[in-house]
Design a binder for this molecule. Structure first.
Ligand SMILES: Nc1ncnc2c1ncn2[C@@H]1O[C@H](COP(=O)(O)OP(=O)(O)OP(=O)(O)O)[C@@H](O)[C@H]1O
Ligand SMILES: [Mg+2]
Length: 253
């Protein structure tokens, strides 16, 4: 069963203390929301977890393997995948090629035919199979977000971090992202979902982590987190329950 253990992470950018001793643990196929105001440190935490940047102190273990000093490709091999808030496809490759590259790079012993077949299944699931021979740069913002999910479906990590998957996405494509989350979580994988869209967070997540300018101020079930005075003060705003949570009080994406 997947275990992610994050202990005492600190990250500074010059004089800016962006993560202040962040600790939490994930056990098994949890579906966790990571929320907090703009600049809270959510993407920075994601960048540390996937190996893109190193913390100043603290540790991250994935299934007892220390991963906080590994480069991203080794973190991917260890079983952690993420999407990017600002999507990062290979813009001058086709959609299909974008799915082949990571699968071939990870080299799990599948043949090219197996990878090609999987890629077609993934594109069909994401409803973008008709775009398979288009250059990635020709895709809309929402389609690019789906392509990132496609990359993850090819790699099939044990734990996935989705950094603002819904931002700027057409409602029809949002349905596909919901289906992705159901499929992956239903297959026993853990998901950390970062979003400012509180309706999605409260619909999907059974546990919430709240970051507020580097401090993890809450970690619990949504009903408790919603009522936590520190969370209301920092992010959700007092009218959260009446408004049914379209957005956090100070949140913008
Ligand atoms: N490479 C960097 N160099 C300097 N400062 C940075 C760097 N990356 C992030 N920051 C700063 O760290 C803080 C946290 O940023 P981060 O992007 O992690 O926030 P976030 O919670 O993801 O915000 P948002 O909800 O807007 O996506 C911000 O003040 C940001 O300006
Ligand atoms: Mg961010």
């Amino acid at each position: 069963m997947t275990n992610l253990a994050v202990k005492g992470l600190n990250k500074r950018f010059g004089g800016l203390h962006v993560l202040k001793g962040v600790s939490f643990e994930i056990d098994g196929p949890e579906l966790i929301g990571l929320i907090g105001p703009n600049g809270a440190g959510k993407t920075t935490l994601t960048n540390i977890l996937d190996g893109a940047i190193k913390p100043n102190s603290g540790t991250v273990y994935l299934n007892k393997q220390r991963i906080d000093q590994l480069p991203p490709y080794e973190v991917a091999r260890a079983g952690l995948g993420r999407t990017f808030q600002v999507t990062r496809s290979f813009r001058r490759m086709t959609v299909l090629e974008n799915l082949f590259v990571p699968a071939l790079a990870l080299n799990r012993g599948h043949s090219r035919e197996e990878i090609a077949q999987k890629a077609l299944e993934v594109l069909e699931f994401l409803t973008i199979d008709h775009l398979r021979n288009e250059y990635a740069q020709a895709l809309s913002g929402g389609q690019q977000k789906l392509l990132e999910l496609g990359r993850l479906l090819m790699l099939d990590p044990e734990i996935v971090i989705l950094d603002e998957p819904f931002a700027g996405v057409h409602p029809r494509l949002m349905e596909v992202i919901y289906r992705y989350i159901e499929r992956v979580n239903g297959a026993g994988k853990a998901i950390i979902l970062i979003s400012h869209q509180m309706d999605s967070i409260f619909t999907l997540c059974r546990r919430l982590l709240v970051l507020n300018y580097g401090d993890l101020i809450a970690d619990g079930i949504p009903d408790d987190v919603k009522r936590d005075p520190a969370v209301i003060e920092a992010y959700l705003g007092a009218d959260e329950e009446e408004s049914n949570g379209e957005q956090g009080g100070r949140a913008q994406s």
